[in-house]
Ligand binder design. Structure first.
Ligand code: F6R
Length: 369
């Protein structure tokens, strides 16, 4: 059942190229446009939407944080992302022109379910992004876009996360397509890139041995920090969450720009810091800023573990360990940048003798508030 792998988590990490491809299947037509007819919210309603609100928990919340960048960029609509457990307690402003997106692998997470019920009571349309056919969250939503990751057994979410990202990109691009934004050309190009992204994920998986080796060498550390900017910031949060739940280590993700506002005080000799570097192409300002962040922490003794695009030479002098990922458009980078962090956490957990598929105190679906 584990298909020759020691753990379900390893199997599920390896299944990611297929999960990503399956989630795209049938949703891009021959002309390179998106066809999301299964989302039963009529285009006329989607054209009237004036705000998007995303609710989710844990790893699904991180997918939502990344979706915000994509939705705001491609639709020019405001998008809020909120932890489902906080959402309804703050009296959020919702109305029939708000599109609420509830992201959940299991479809049974109580916090997310309560959030979407609250949104529907206010008259908002709810679109579920879900991996489990016929589960409660899609049943109670106006529409659903299923992720096709297949069953995810390991408690720590991996392939479901990548497919949640794909589904979020599809929704963002589709909203851009039906509403018609100035990014029309870019949308077509990104749909094309997305259709090829499974190969890039495969490529990352093929180069993970040094990451496993590195993880084993860090098994006796107490803390690991993660830094990112733009979509790399939620990737940093996800890397830290994976490490907490699997390796039971203290781990924190920060927006790199926040370093000087406090977290840099945590940097001392030999603290491992994982940095997710945005592409030097495209938004190159971000890239240059993060390179100086890496210099800053390294000057204070941090052990820098740098995840950077192939061909990015600017990071080389400051990287104690360099993990290469294929070049992708900036907004899609989380699909490739997250994979080494999953492998890293899984290997560290194994090295520390932890139960990888069933971490202590955690359940696969959280059906209580
Ligand atoms: C982390 C993890 C959890 C879930 C969260 C939401 O690896 O698995 O953080 O992402 O409990 O679960 P779903 O997506 O089922 O609503």
């Amino acid at each position: 059942e584990k298909g020759g792998y020691d753990y379900f988590m390893l199997k599920e990490i390896a299944e990611q190229p297929k999960a990503v491809a399956d989630t795209l299947l049938g949703r891009i037509d021959a002309a390179g446009s998106l066809t999301l007819d299964e989302v039963r919210i009529p285009d006329s309603v989607l054209r009237e939407v004036d705000k998007v609100v995303i609710v989710a928990c844990g790893t699904a919340f991180h997918a939502g944080l990344i979706a915000k960048y994509a939705i705001e960029h491609w639709t020019r609509m405001p998008c809020e992302v909120e932890l489902a457990s906080e959402f309804r307690y703050r009296d959020p402003i919702l109305d029939p022109r708000t599109l609420v997106i509830a992201i959940s692998q299991s479809g049974e997470t109580m916090d997310t379910l309560m959030a979407l019920r609250h949104a529907r009571e206010q008259g908002s349309k709810v679109l579920a992004i879900c991996n489990t056919n016929g589960s409660t969250i899609p049943r109670e939503s106006d529409a659903v876009l299923y992720t096709h990751a297949g069953p995810e057994v390991a408690v720590a979410s991996t392939k479901a996360f990548l497919t949640q990202l794909v589904a979020c990109y599809l929704v963002a691009l589709y909203l851009g397509q039906v509403r018609g934004t100035k990014w029309g050309d870019e949308i077509g190009a990104v749909i094309h890139e997305l259709s090829e992204i499974a190969g890039a994920v495969e490529q990352v998986l093929d180069t993970m041995e040094p990451v496993r080796e590195l993880a084993r060498s860090l098994a006796d550390k107490n803390t690991v920090l993660f830094l990112g900017r733009h979509v790399g910031y939620p990737v940093a949060l996800e890397g830290a969450l994976k490490l907490k739940e699997l390796a039971y280590m203290h781990a924190e993700g920060f927006a790199a720009g926040e370093l000087k506002h406090g977290p840099i005080a945590l940097i001392e000799r030999d603290v491992p810091v994982v940095v997710i570097v945005p592409s030097p192409r495209g938004r190159s300002v971000l890239h240059d800023k993060i390179v100086s962040n890496i210099q800053e922490i390294r000057a204070r003794g941090a052990r820098t573990i740098v995840i950077a695009e192939e061909g990015d030479e600017a990071v080389v002098p400051y990287a104690d360990h360099l993990i290469r990922i294929p070049a992708t458009p900036t907004l899609l980078q989380p699909l490739v940048a997250t994979v080494p962090l999953q492998v890293f956490a899984c290997e560290l957990a194994t090295a520390r003798g932890n139960e990888v598929d069933q971490p202590r105190n955690l359940a696969k679906s959280v059906t209580v508030e």
